[in-house]
Design a protein around this ligand. Structure first.
Ligand code: URA
Length: 282
């Protein structure tokens, strides 16, 4: 659980408690200091001026040791189903207290040659429990179509399997933190082990950071091959970057050059027309 709803009764009890503590009329003990080794900031709001807020972030709980993943099943689909069941209650992610509860796993073909990895589900993905179904997903579908691929022909997943939480969250999303990426990485590692794709596309800085530990600097990382456990990795911009980009065609061409490299590696046919996409008109 990442948020608590405080109704007016609860807020008024907390206000009274706070006043009694400050007035010295009670022997309620001050909270113990947080030991240095415990995880990150403690964004619990106790100051009176914060009491009227509807949501309170709960302090991250101490990190539990990562449980061992035991994968059952003969086919890749069965093995992924086994992993998915374990991901639902993945203790290292839950222990952070900064990720929401609904797990969004993956979609596509368990036998795919190509795996695409994004950062984390957002509002739309959480609602539909499927990765890349919002605006960034529509942009990704266009890229796949230009490559001659259907969404169902690839394997689409995220480095973090739960939507990152934020105070008073409605449709707003935030990128995952390094701690959230690290907590979910064992799940992604197992997914890659099961699917054994011929090639991985890391979409955006978070995916690159998680897979390669490389600082997530896309201009420095794109345009060449990297390696994750023996699987070639191509890093490129996240589709949402293309939605925001002002030098539209130039960035689209660079992303497309990464896709051409992936098509060559995976043996997809490439027409002359495809080779010329997003080149300046002469
Ligand atoms: N952005 C991502 O990185 N993943 C999604 O699933 C949706 C948006």
């Amino acid at each position: 659980m990442t948020h608590l709803h405080l109704d007016s009764d609860a807020r008024s009890s907390l206000r009274g408690l706070s006043e009694r503590i400050r007035g010295g009329k009670t022997n309620v003990e001050a909270p113990a200091a947080v030991p240095a080794a415990k995880p990150r900031p403690v964004p619990v709001m106790l100051a009176e001026e914060e009491m009227d807020r509807e949501e309170v972030l709960v302090a991250p709980r101490p990190q539990a040791p990562a449980p061992r993943l035991v994968i059952d099943g003969a086919s890749r689909a069965d093995k992924l189903a086994s992993l998915r069941r374990q991901a639902e209650t993945w203790a290292p992610a839950q222990a952070l207290g900064t990720l929401r509860e609904v797990m969004v796993f993956a979609t596509g073909d368990p036998e795919a040659r190509l795996m695409l990895i994004g950062e984390a589900p957002g509002y739309e993905e959480e609602r539909k429990r499927e990765p890349f179904v919002g605006p960034a997903g529509q942009q990704l579908d266009k890229i796949l179509k230009a490559m001659g691929l259907e969404r169902a022909a690839v394997y689409l997943t995220n480095i973090v399997k739960f939507r990152p939480a934020a105070a008073r969250q409605t449709t707003n999303n935030r990128p995952p933190t390094p701690e959230e990426i690290a907590a979910c990485l064992p799940l992604l590692r197992e997914e890659i082990n099961i699917v054994r794709p011929q090639c991985i596309i890391a979409l955006g800085g978070c995916a690159a950071e998680g897979l390669l530990g490389a600082g997530g600097n896309i201009p420095a990382l794109r345009g060449s091959w990297h390696d994750f456990g023996g699987v070639p990795v191509r890093v490129t911009w996240h589709p949402s970057h293309l939605l925001r980009s002002t030098d539209d065609i130039a960035t689209k061409r660079l992303v497309w050059e990464d896709m051409l490299a992936v098509m060559e590696l995976t043996g997809l046919p490439i027409s002359d027309k495809q080779r010329g996409y997003f080149l300046p008109k002469v």
